[in-house]
Design a protein around this ligand. Structure first.
Ligand SMILES: [Zn+2]
Ligand SMILES: [Zn+2]
Length: 350
């Protein structure tokens, strides 16, 4: 089958590889759509970050070249021995987290914090930028007929956003600020709407992304015009209840803290490439608190239900659909150039 494999920085190749088999406990999925994630771009442009390059990943025993793609939907074509919850024909998405099941985090059920944690599509196990994936039964979730395959490809990134809001101290009726209106920031706006936010502000430099945030129901604020912290404090009567940091830009962290009310919370959703210095008194003097999340756990079913109600709408978030063979030129390269793109979906069937 055709698959996109990461070999090194700026060296990803479309290759002919063997189809995965529906071994014991696994289901074989024919991929319909796979989204391109920010982490795919990082691996392509500046990796490896999550991809095991010099030694095999402890849970998959695989190392580069690695098939990429972890945000995908598809249809089961075959089930392996012992699989009880699925049958051929089921429409599914994969929750792409590998965890060891034995470390302290795993024993607490916090499988996303596993000391050996890896992602299918980044650490081995195949990936959605190919024709077929064989995944362990426990990582697979059914999607109902009312959720399209395109919508299904958005479950994984939407899970990050929903989990970020659920893990924060946000309460129904609260005012929230989202710093950064890229794909995950926009999905955080959706998660906040689903959670009953009374006001949502989106701080974003790009006019296209700000417009998208407004289309989703947030109030867009341009940090290049005036003092965005003052604006938020005025608009929210003293600061947001919770601010979500989704830029990974060091100076923005300080803005996010200053835009948060006393005893409020700053939830960090981004991965930072470098240190972000902050003045501790910004936390101390207002008894604010800072938290962070990585990935998600136990939220896929909730995301799928919310999608049935119209949240995280594919129509509003998917800006381009391309064929697998064009994933680098029309996908990775386009996303790095065009801020107007939100989610690009890739299909091996086009
Ligand atoms: Zn991702
Ligand atoms: Zn573990």
């Amino acid at each position: 089958m055709q698959a996109l494999r990461w070999h090194g920085v700026k060296d990803v190749r479309m290759e002919q590889i063997e189809e995965p088999a529906a071994l014991k406990g696994k289901v074989k999925i024919k991929v319909e759509w796979c989204g391109i994630c920010g982490s795919d771009l990082h691996e392509y442009a500046a990796g490896p970050i999550f991809i095991p390059k010099d030694a095999p990943h402890p849970l998959t025993q695989e190392q580069a070249p690695i098939v990429m793609g972890h945000e995908f939907s598809g249809q089961i074509v075959e089930v392996g021995e012992g699989v009880s919850r699925f049958k051929a024909g089921d429409r599914v998405v994969v929750e792409p987290i590998y965890a060891c099941g034995q470390c302290v985090a795993c024993k607490q059920g916090k499988y996303n914090l596993c000391e050996k944690m890896g992602f299918l599509g980044l650490a081995g196990g195949g990936g959605g930028f190919s024709e077929y994936v064989a995944a362990d039964e426990h990582m697979v979730h059914k999607i109902p007929d009312s959720v399209s395959f395109e919508q299904g490809a958005l479950v994984e990134p939407s899970a990050v956003a929903l989990y970020a809001v659920r893990q924060s101290q946000f309460k129904v009726g609260d005012r929230a600020v989202v710093f950064g209106a890229g794909p995950i920031g926009l999905l955080v706006i959706e998660a906040l709407k689903a959670s009953g936010a009374s006001e949502i502000y989106a701080v974003e430099l790009s006019p296209e992304r700000r417009a998208k945030a407004e289309e989703l129901g947030a109030v867009g604020l341009n940090p290049a015009e005036g003092d965005v912290v003052d604006d938020i404090r005025r608009l929210t009567n003293g600061g947001a209840d919770v601010s979500y940091e989704v830029t990974g830009v060091p100076v923005v962290l300080t803005q996010a803290i200053q835009a948060t009310k006393l005893s409020g919370q700053i939830m960090i959703v981004s991965i930072f490439e470098k240190e972000a210095p902050i003045h501790p008194n910004l936390i101390v003097m207002q008894e604010r608190n800072i938290a962070g999340i990585i990935g998600y756990r136990d939220v896929f079913p909730a995301v799928i239900s919310l999608m049935e109600q119209g949240y995280f709408s594919a129509e509003k978030l998917i800006t381009k659909r391309i064929a697998l063979k064009d994933v680098v030129s029309e996908g990775f390269e386009t996303l790095m150039k065009e801020k107007s793109q939100v989610k690009i979906l890739v299909s091996p069937n086009l």
